[in-house]
Design a binder for this molecule. Structure first.
Ligand SMILES: Cc1cc2nc3c(=O)[nH]c(=O)nc-3n(C[C@H](O)[C@H](O)[C@H](O)COP(=O)(O)OP(=O)(O)OC[C@H]3O[C@@H](n4cnc5c(N)ncnc54)[C@H](O)[C@@H]3O)c2cc1C
Length: 438
């Protein structure tokens, strides 16, 4: 019987996405070693299913892995550009917006430079021992006092009778991007950025579909709100304020600010609108796009002829409609799910009504036992830290807080940056100490 090797680590990160890459870059930047990132994929990719031509990063490139916590770090996007000799050219070509592909290349460069990632390694179970967390993977066991879980979110597909619904989620779209759509009837479900990018892609094909049914629940295709005042929700000051509020107020705030994260970028909306307008006046032989808002899909079923029947209901008028199509593409988003590998710790964790694990201010799970070991959760606290928790805006700040917390000192200065809006901390919210610095 072969005994799997045991590796001891000071810091073990699970999931090699931007969240844990940022943590590692700042950990190494603080002069620390003894850390590893495990990832179940064969190699690093960043949302490869939506790396479509022209797709852009939706935030400033200064929201890279490190800059907002440590502008002098060698793991910044600007350091990457410098190393590839493309710093001037990128500035001229893209000013302040860069492509999603460029950022994926930057992340890949960081993975290589840090040299702490181990791929093809899936974490299957974690338990707590006297000497720290015991982490079991498909290729060995690890013991670590500090574990950071950053496994992203799970693609969500509604429970329709379409047997292929998971296969055609937007997270896999690139795999199907070169399929033949010529002359076909395609249904795209969703009212956010991914749906818009897929529709744009289909319209730009040399041999596009004959018909696109675009179904969304929102009352209209709504823009991403990145106006200046609203953008202050993507600052540490707002995250701290948000964390201090009672849970009901936090839920209300997230709902009312949703379009700062879930809307469609103005550039994409303008491009699509112009495209549809030109189609309507300039060419006879164009794709017919039927955009239906305020619409729920009641079901998608496979018919004996092999095509799909879609049944929709307008939420405002109750008008029901059926149409046939060749394929349904689901841009229906992602959901947070507590991973099964944490089942062994469930009795030690506290869960919120939102389903999230209850977190301390330093992003560690609040454990019901006394231990020095700490389990940090990244991109798993939207209901506790606000919408910024799920995007790139605060990942350097969050990582710096985690590094400071592990080191027990303020290695990275997290003094509040000034903001225009006043965000006074509430006395009623999370019961932990309200001091955020370490
Ligand atoms: C298409 C798309 C575009 C986006 N663009 C932007 C943007 O422009 N700006 C912005 O601010 N935000 C953006 N976001 C939101 C967010 O910033 C990204 O989703 C970001 O990738 C989140 O990083 P993460 O490290 O938390 O998770 P992920 O990037 O999802 O990485 C998680 C990693 O964990 C690994 N993993 C999962 N389970 C296990 C396991 N059991 N064992 C080992 N490894 C495991 C996965 O293989 C994966 O590599 C985008 C999201 C999407 C879907």
């Amino acid at each position: 019987m072969s005994i799997s090797p045991i590796f001891k680590k000071d810091l073990l990160a699970i999931g090699c996405g931007p969240s844990n890459l940022s943590l590692m870059a700042l950990w190494v930047g603080a002069g620390q070693s003894g850390a590893t990132i495990l990832d179940r994929s064969a190699n690093f990719t960043w949302h490869s299913g939506m790396q479509l031509p022209g797709a852009e990063l939706q935030v400033s490139f200064l929201k890279d892995l490190v800059t907002l916590a440590d502008p002098t770090s060698p793991y910044s996007f600007l350091s990457y550009l410098k190393s590839t000799g493309s710093i001037y050219r990128t500035l001229v070509a893209s000013r302040y917006s860069v492509s999603r592909r460029t950022f994926e290349k930057y992340y890949t460069w960081t993975v290589k430079k840090l040299a702490v990632a181990k791929f093809n390694t899936e974490v299957v179970a974690i338990t707590l021992g006297r000497d720290g967390f015991h982490v079991e993977t498909n290729s060995g066991r690890y013991i670590a006092n500090n574990v950071s879980v950053g496994i992203g979110k799970t693609p969500y597909v509604p429970n329709f009778d379409d047997p292929d619904r998971s296969r055609y989620h937007s997270s896999n779209f690139a795999e199907h991007a070169s399929a033949s759509y010529a002359g076909r009837a395609i249904c795209v479900v969703g009212g956010g950025q991914s749906a818009a990018e897929i529709v744009e892609y289909l319209l730009n094909l040399p041999a596009p579909p004959a018909t696109i049914h675009w179904i969304c629940r929102r009352p209209m295709l709504l823009p991403l709100d990145d106006s200046p005042f609203v953008n202050e929700i993507y600052t540490p000051a707002f995250a701290e304020y948000f964390y201090s509020l009672p849970e009901s107020a936090r839920a209300q705030l997230n709902e009312s600010l949703k379009m700062t994260s879930d809307g469609i970028s103005s550039r994409t909306l303008e491009g699509l609108y112009t495209r549809l307008y030109r189609n309507s006046i300039e060419t006879e032989d164009h794709t017919r796009v039927h955009l239906k808002c305020s619409c729920d899909i009641l079901n998608v079923t496979k018919q004996s002829e092999g095509n799909l029947k879609v049944i929709t209901r307008n939420k405002l008028t109750d008008y029901r409609e059926e149409f046939n199509c060749d394929r349904v593409l689901y841009a229906t988003g992602y959901r947070y799910e507590t991973p099964a590998f944490l089942d062994g710790l469930a009795s030690l964790l506290t869960f919120l009504p939102s389903g999230e694990i209850c977190l301390n201010e330093d992003f560690s799970a609040r454990l019901k036992t006394s231990t020095k070991a700490r389990l940090f959760l990244q991109n798993a606290g939207v209901s506790q830290y606000g919408l910024a928790d799920q995007n790139l805006s605060l990942s350097a700040w969050r990582s710096a807080k985690i590094v400071n917390s592990i080191l027990g000192r303020e290695h990275y200065t997290l003094d509040q940056e000034s903001v225009a809006t006043s965000f006074p901390l509430s006395q009623q919210g999370a019961p932990q100490s309200r001091k955020f610095a370490v």
